[in-house]
Design a protein around this ligand. Structure first.
Ligand code: FES
Length: 62
């Protein structure tokens, strides 16, 4: 599913960046993808996906 329609960033891409590159904040995602740099409507949902991914990763590790 696309989260950022302006720049074609999917939820899978956000999860991949979090899991493979250890990105834990929205600034890191923005730096890698340009997410949120146009209309900005995607940022809230992107933060939720990022947070969910980090929580799941933490739960799996413990
Ligand atoms: S939907 Fe992401 S900047 Fe517009």
């Amino acid at each position: 599913m696309y989260v950022c329609l302006c720049h074609g960033v999917s939820d899978k891409k956000i999860k991949k960046l979090a899991l493979e590159q250890g990105i834990t904040d929205i600034r890191g995602i923005k730096r890698c993808t340009a997410l949120g740099s146009q209309c900005g409507k995607c940022v809230k949902q992107a933060k939720e996906i990022l947070n969910e991914t980090i929580v799941v990763q933490y739960q799996q590790a413990s």
